[in-house]
Every structure is written in C-alpha cells, then in structure tokens.
Write a new protein. Structure first.
Length: 358
C-alpha cells in the first residue's frame, strides 16, 4: 500500500512539475523544440502571422488535415526530423521529412510579410522556394540577416537561453519533439486548426471566383497555338503584336514583361500587376516593394533563365509581344520548380521585349 501511494505521489509531482516548467514565461504562445543538444523555446507571433503559426502548431501537434503523405498524417510532424541545413554564422534549418531540403508537408501557403525584421539572432522564419511556397521547413538565425527582409515570413523568435542551443546545432542533429505551450487566455483561444482550415477554404473560394478567367486563357492559347512557328529544339512561338524591327545587339541590356502559365491556364508568375489582379494572384507586399516590373536581361546570354525562354526572346525585336509554348525539356524538366511548376510540365509565357523599363 505504501509503495502504491508513493507511486501516485511521484506521478502527481511529475505532472505538476511539467505544468510549472514554463510558468515563468509571460502570456503568449510558445513552442518547446527539444533537440539532441537541448531545448529551444520560441515565442510564436500568432497575431502578426496567424496562418503561418497555425500551420506550425497543427503540424507540431499532428493535427493538420492537409498533410498529403499517409505516413506523416495524424502524428507530430517534426518529431525525429533532422537539421538538414546548418550554415555557420547564418542559420539552422529543419522541417523536411525527407531530410534533403526538397521535402515538405504536401501543400503550399501564402507569405505573411509584416514589419518584423531579421534584425537579431534567434529569428524564426519559414524557408521557401519563392513567393507563396511555404510548407513545413523553417529556420532560426544565428545573427541578424537583413538581406532576408521581405523574402521570408517571420513567425517567432527564440526566448530565454534557447539561442545557446541554436548555436550548438550541427548538421544532422535532430529534433526530439515539439511541444506547444499556451500561456494566458488569448493564447489558449487561438484555434490553429480553424485558422488553417479557414485559410484553405478561402483559397478554394478564390479559385472558383477566377475559374472563368483561367478557362478563357486556356481557350485563347488553344486558338493561337496552330499559328505558332516551331523551332528545331521544340519551342513554339507566336508573335501576337509586332513592335519595331530593331533587334537587340549582343551584350545590350533589354527588359521583359512576362506572364507564365501552366497548360490548364493557371498563372504561376507575372511581372504585370494587372495580370496578377485578373487571376487573383496580386501580392500587395510585392506591389509596395515595386516588384511588378519588367525583368532585365542581357542579349546573347545563354544562362540565367530556362533554355526555352532564352530561345524565345532571341526570336523577337524590341516592342514585340509573343506567346512562347515551351516544352518541359526546355523548361524545368523532370524536377519541376519549387512546388509551383510540376515535374515534366509544359509551360507557356506571354512576353513583351522592351528596350527600356516602363
């Protein structure tokens, strides 16, 4: 009897010690990232980056309904994953179930760029392959990294002595577990599952809203493709509006307005603000940063862009508008690109060649 009472007392004591372990933290939402080197406590900024934090929390607790691979569903996503990328005096990166840097949770979601800056060590942010390609991978900085401002969503920062552990992390060190800590009523009321579910519900509504525009684009592209000229490489192009007869001289600076589409009419990127708005892809942060501009390129270069795009602009004179039908082997091939271009995808560009930026 005495032994069983002792066991009960030990269990109760253990329970209270776990609850009190983080009671010194101010009200807020936190994550205790236990690694083989120690614990990293991060505060999650759910007010400024609610969707990103909701993603992280649902993955950490194994409650994300959007994880695509069966073996990853219904269990804490980050437990057991390694730090697959560690760069001294820069950052540590993890969150890839494959451990190679190319894996994710099977979905992508938007950026939440705010006034938070990479102005100190211990910034917690999403890794990505470009705009709106966030998934499961994240990183923590060693030092301030201002060149990342506006390019990665910041959704928290390290607190207490966690930075000492961050600085000890080496390549292939592992996450043991991630536990979410909710201190205070506001943090407890943050419903990560609902926030993330509502986000994708809105995305579905938006897709429906712009389905007509996408359908019209498919019809238009199908109508002009029979007029295309086909090159020996397999590129097909149509000049839809003639500009000047002036060709760019080798080495000259030129500028290109572009809109890229998949064969189903999905817009994957455009330098033109109006096109992004028409397809529901407008990014206010990009507009504010003057990101909707023709891209510069040097005539005669054979690198820096996909082969089909380079060959396409070589067919044009300044002012020409054209549509380029680029087969997969002249685009991104079997690997695709950043979760935006599927593997082995043929892609289409509407472009205009400019002598000067508009």
């Amino acid at each position: 009897m005495k032994k069983s009472i002792l066991l009960v007392l030990l269990a109760v004591s253990s329970l209270f010690s776990c609850k009190d372990e983080h009671s010194n933290l101010p009200d807020g939402l936190y994550a205790d990232i236990e690694t083989n080197k120690g614990h990293i406590i991060v505060e999650l900024d759910y007010k400024k980056a609610p969707v990103t934090v909701a993603n992280f929390v649902t993955l950490a607790e194994g409650k994300s309904e959007f994880v695509s691979k069966d073996y990853l569903k219904g269990k804490p996503f980050y437990d057991g994953l390694k730090f697959h990328r560690v760069i001294e005096n820069f950052m540590v990166q993890t969150g890839d179930p494959e451990g190679t840097g190319s894996g994710d949770a099977g979905y992508r979601f938007k950026d939440e760029i705010t006034d938070l800056k990479f102005d100190k060590a211990g910034v917690l942010a999403m890794a990505n392959n470009g705009p709106a390609t966030n998934s499961s991978q994240f990183f923590i900085t060693h030092v301030e990294t201002p060149w990342l401002d506006g390019k990665h969503t910041i959704f928290g920062h390290v607190v207490e002595k966690g930075q000492e552990v961050v600085n000890q992390i080496k390549q292939d060190d592992k996450i043991v577990s991630v536990k979410i800590i909710r201190n205070g009523e506001a943090a407890k009321k943050f419903d990560a599952i609902k926030v993330f579910h509502d986000y994708f519900s809105e995305i579905a509504k938006e897709k429906g809203k712009y389905a007509g525009v996408q359908k019209e684009k498919v019809a238009y592209l199908a109508s002009i493709k029979p007029k295309a000229t086909k090159t020996n490489s397999g590129l097909e192009f149509v000049i839809t509006e003639k500009g000047t007869d002036k060709k760019p001289a080798t080495g000259a600076q030129l500028y290109i307005n572009y809109s890229g589409f998949l064969e189903d009419g999905t817009l994957f990127d455009s330098s033109v603000e109006e096109v992004n708005k028409a397809f529901g892809k407008f990014d206010a942060a990009r507009a504010e940063a003057h990101g909707y501009q023709p891209i510069p390129f040097q005539a005669g270069r054979k690198d820096g862009m996909i082969p089909g795009f380079i060959e396409g602009i070589e067919q044009l004179s300044f002012g020409d508008k054209a549509v380029l039908f680029i087969p997969a082997h002249l685009a991104y091939g079997a690997t695709g690109a950043g979760g935006v271009i599927p593997p082995n995808a043929n892609i289409i560009f509407e472009i205009q060649l400019l002598e000067k930026p508009q």
